[in-house]
Design a protein around this ligand. Structure first.
Ligand code: OAD
Length: 236
């Protein structure tokens, strides 16, 4: 039985209408990332940061999962012990697509945390500097529970452990430019794990993969999930 480690990025949610970061019309276009996605930016202009994430939080609640999210969910439901799903995405489309377990290494848009007491909870409404922490009752500390530039991604140890146990590493819809996620393919290769990239087009990391499958995720992912050979001795 094969163990598959899946890493997803913004490309898997693109066909659900969630903008990617670096494609034309992407989220970072027109934004200074350090203003809206760093602890320094938040200290400087909390209102700007809250407006940026409030808009994204409202927007993702209008989006629906696509066939790629659903195909991964079905694979996980069928082989819960063998499929690890790690996402860089902060949306909840994997969960709403039916995924029973999702490791959000860059956090979640529908969760918030308090900068003072680290209290965390689910949150679907707008945040502001006036929002009071339900735990410590202080204002101005509540922020999206999202990893910003300069911060450590979540679950790094679990991710490395799961990767070490894998037989195949599959990167879906990610440009492979943001570390440490971008470094996982090299770790996989050094461990002798087969590496597969599914992306709309070639990326700067494509040369690191054993197999590159081009095309939109809603088509390539269901096809790949059907033929990945997880239950056989065949190499995925
Ligand atoms: P990017 O915007 O960097 O890359 C999106 C990738 O998806 C590109 O390689 C596209 O070619 C591909 N793509 C677009 N549409 C697709 C489709 N329909 N099917 C398949 N692939 C498609 O997004 P990420 O790689 O996810 O981090 O970005 C990584 C991190 O950079 C994000 O998590 C975010 C950002 O800064 C933080 O905010 C911490």
């Amino acid at each position: 039985m094969k163990r598959i480690f899946i890493l997803t990025g913004a490309g898997i949610s693109a066909e659900s209408g969630v903008p990617t970061f670096r494609d034309a019309g992407g989220l970072w276009e027109g934004h200074d990332v350090m203003e809206v996605a760093s602890p320094e930016g938040f200290r400087r202009s909390p209102g700007l940061v809250h407006r940026f994430y409030n808009q994204r939080r409202a927007d993702i609640q209008l989006r629906i999962p696509n066939a790629a999210h659903q195909a991964i969910a079905e694979l996980q439901a069928r082989y819960p012990e063998q499929v690890t799903l790690v996402t860089q995405n902060v949306d909840d489309l994997h969960e709403r697509g039916g995924s029973p377990s999702v490791i959000h290494m860059h956090g979640e848009l529908l969760r918030v945390r308090c900068s003072y007491c680290s209290y965390r909870c689910g949150w679907s409404d707008a945040l502001s500097a006036e929002t009071i922490c339900p735990a410590c009752r202080r204002s101005s500390g509540m922020r999206p529970d999202i990893v910003w530039f300069g911060e450590m991604p979540f679950f790094v140890e679990v991710i490395e452990e799961k990767l070490q146990q894998a037989d195949a590493f599959v990167a879906i819809g990610t440009s492979g430019l943001v570390y440490p996620a971008a470094g996982l393919v090299s770790i996989a290769k050094s461990l002798g794990i087969r590496t597969i990239e599914l992306n709309l087009q070639k990326t700067e990391a494509s040369h690191l993969f054993d197999e590159v499958i081009p095309g939109p995720a809603s088509q390539t992912v269901p096809r790949w999930c059907r033929s990945c050979g997880i239950a056989t001795e065949e190499t995925p």
